[in-house]
Every structure is written in structure tokens, then in C-alpha cells.
Ligand binder design. Structure first.
Ligand SMILES: Cc1cc2nc3c(=O)[nH]c(=O)nc-3n(C[C@H](O)[C@H](O)[C@H](O)COP(=O)(O)O)c2cc1C
Length: 312
């Protein structure tokens, strides 16, 4: 998730266990092959065998429509160690859509077919190619055509965020539409959108007719959500689990990011956490206006009475 589930959060979340694989932030492909450093910047796990520290495979996500360039960059990412390639047909950003990338391509099933075909043809069959789409751009009229195009082009898996681009991120996610896609294609379908609890998981599975799901913001709010789903146990991630993760997050990012960015990243995560955890709401109130990294670190440490050195 761009600007959110970066290498640091991917490390922390996958360390909680039970993620089969994760996706990198998207690499926006234009009309040229990228040097290694572009892939290493967005997916530093490539420097450690394409896995997070806890061993979860990471799949590089590409976004774009330039056939040759998508193919070459897919080959490069795989040569660098990516666990397959995921293609983004879901990004709602106006800037991205204006340059004909992301969800805007859902208006053109033929283009989806060509993009996926180009990437598929560039890689050995043993390398997984997946695509991620929404239900449509403005509406679901082309939903089944888009899913069919992606399947016919040779994708191995399809993840669907159960909203149109017009629906943005607003609840609810329309899991029942996923059931229509499930009945229409044969490749594995991965359901996505608003799966934030074990109850959501069961309702989504019942509506979508697939047991495979992609967790997004639900796992940001509850880092052990994948464990709950695997164990079929509804136990909200406790604050005593989350608080050390926040500390660890701070420690890690403060080694590599400028202080101002560290402050922003921690606030961003706490803002998600406070939707579920009263302790995060309290913390949020104390850090919301804070701009100073040292003060914010002290406030964070106070939430668990842990102290660690700040080295900008
Ligand atoms: C801040 C943010 C960044 C995102 N970046 C990406 C991305 O780079 N690639 C992608 O496929 N989806 C991205 N998404 C969409 C999520 O992967 C997911 O499809 C969406 O949030 C719905 O699932 P959820 O309700 O479980 O979060 C992003 C979502 C958010 C909120």
C-alpha cells in the first residue's frame, strides 16, 4: 500500500505470522526500463532474497500500460528476486489515472488483456503473475469482461477490491459482486476490501465464494488479523502487542528517514490504530499536533514506559 505498507511496516506485520505473501508499493512504469535502484528503493526485500525478515515472500507490483516496458521491468524485478509480479489495475489516483495507469484501465478490457499478456509472455510459466482490479471504474458494467480478460491473458491469480473506482474507499465493500466474478473465472480469486475482523472474513467468504483474502487496512489496525483468521479466533490485537511494534517502527524509521517524515509516518499509523484501540486514541490526542521528533518519541515511549536512544 503506497506510502503506508512500506518495507518497515511489511517487516513488522509479517513478523506477526500467517501472511502467505505481501505486495510491494507499486512501481509506476512508464516507457523505459528502470535501473536496479528503483526496485530496491520500493522493495528493499529484494536485497534479502525477496522476503521480509520473517521469511514472507514479497511480490513486486507494477502499474502502467506500456507493454514493452511492463514486460522488461517485470523481467528485471523477477531477476532481482521478486516472488512473481502483481499488476495494479485498481489505483484510483487522478494523477495516475490521467497517465492511463491503475483503475482507469478498467474501462478497456482489451488493454488489460494486452498488459497482462505482455508481462505473462516475458516471464517463465513458473513465475506467478497476478493482477489486482476493482469492480469497475464508474460502475460494474465491465466487471466480468475485465476479469475474463485478465484470466485469458494468462494471469495465475486475480485479487479484486470489492469497490469501483467511484466508490473510492467508502464502506461498504460489495463482496457479493465478488461471487459473480468467482462464478465467471477459473483462476484463484483473492477477495479484498474491508476485511477487518474474523466476522468480516466469514461474511466475505460466504458472499465471494473464495477462502483467499487480501488484508489491507484491517491488518494495519490489527497486526495479528491474519493469525486470527488462520486460527479462526476472534481476539482483537491487544495494545500490549501493538505498543512495542510502534516503538520498533519508530526505531527503524528514525535510522533511515528524516525526522519530519518519521513524525508523519507514526502519526499515520496511530491514526489507523485509534479507530480500534482506545489507547491509540489517547496517544493520538497527545501527538496529533506534535512536530518535534524527540518529543514525539518520548510520548511514544511513555505509552509503554520504554525508553530508547534517539539518534537522528
Ligand atoms: C494509503 C493506501 C495505499 C494503497 N496503495 C495500494 C497499492 O500501492 N497497491 C494496491 O494494489 N492497492 C493499494 N491500496 C488499496 C489496498 O490494497 C486495498 O485494496 C484497499 O485499501 C481495500 O482493502 P482494505 O479495506 O482491506 O484496506 C492502497 C490503499 C490505501 C488506503
Amino acid at each position: 500500500m503506497e506510502g503506508l505498507a512500506d518495507v518497515h511496516l511489511r517487516r513488522l506485520l509479517t513478523a506477526q505470522g500467517n501472511f502467505d505473501w505481501v505486495v510491494s508499493e507499486f512501481v509506476r512504469v512508464v516507457d523505459r526500463p528502470y535501473p536496479e535502484r528503483v526496485f530496491h528503493t520500493l522493495c528493499p526485500e529484494l536485497l534479502q532474497g525477496g522476503r521480509t525478515a520473517s521469511g514472507t515472500p514479497v511480490r513486486v507490483q507494477l502499474l502502467g500500460n506500456h507493454l514493452e516496458s511492463m514486460a522488461i521491468n517485470a523481467q528485471r524485478a523477477v531477476a532481482l528476486g521478486s516472488y512473481g509480479i502483481d499488476i495494479n489495475f485498481g489505483c484510483p489516483s487522478k494523477t495516475v489515472n490521467r497517465s492511463m495507469g491503475g483503475a482507469v484501465l478498467l474501462k478497456e478490457p482489451d488493454t488489460l488483456y494486452r498488459v497482462v499478456s505482455a508481462v505473462r509472455a516475458a516471464l517463465p510459466k513458473s513465475v506467478v503473475v497476478s493482477a489486482k482490479m476493482r469492480l469497475g471504474f464508474d460502475d460494474t458494467a465491465l466487471m466480468l469482461d475485465n476479469a475474463s480478460a485478465i484470466e485469458a491473458a494468462g494471469a495465475d491469480e486475480l485479487t479484486v477490491h470489492a469497490r469501483t473506482r467511484l466508490q473510492g474507499y467508502a464502506p461498504p465493500a460489495h463482496w457479493d459482486e465478488l461471487g459473480r466474478i468467482r462464478a465467471h473465472i477459473k483462476i484463484p480469486l483473492i477477495a479484498n476490501g474491508d476485511i477487518c475482523s474474523i466476522d468480516d472474513y466469514h461474511r466475505c467468504v460466504a458472499a465471494a465464494g473464495t477462502v483467499d483474502v487480501m488484508l489491507g487496512r484491517g491488518a494495519i489496525r490489527q497486526p495479528t488479523l491474519a493469525n486470527q483468521i488462520r486460527a479462526n479466533q476472534a481476539t482483537t490485537t491487544s495494545w500490549s502487542t501493538i505498543s512495542p511494534l510502534l516503538q520498533s517502527f519508530w526505531q527503524e524509521i528514525s535510522l533511515v528517514l528524516p525526522p519530519r517524515d518519521c513524525v508523519g509516518r507514526v502519526k499515520q499509523w496511530v491514526n489507523y490504530l485509534r479507530q480500534l484501540h482506545p489507547e491509540a486514541e489517547t496517544l493520538w490526542r497527545s501527538i496529533r499536533e506534535e512536530k518535534n521528533a524527540q518529543t514525539l518519541q518520548a510520548l511514544l515511549a511513555a505509552t509503554t514506559h520504554q525508553v530508547f536512544p534517539y539518534e537522528p
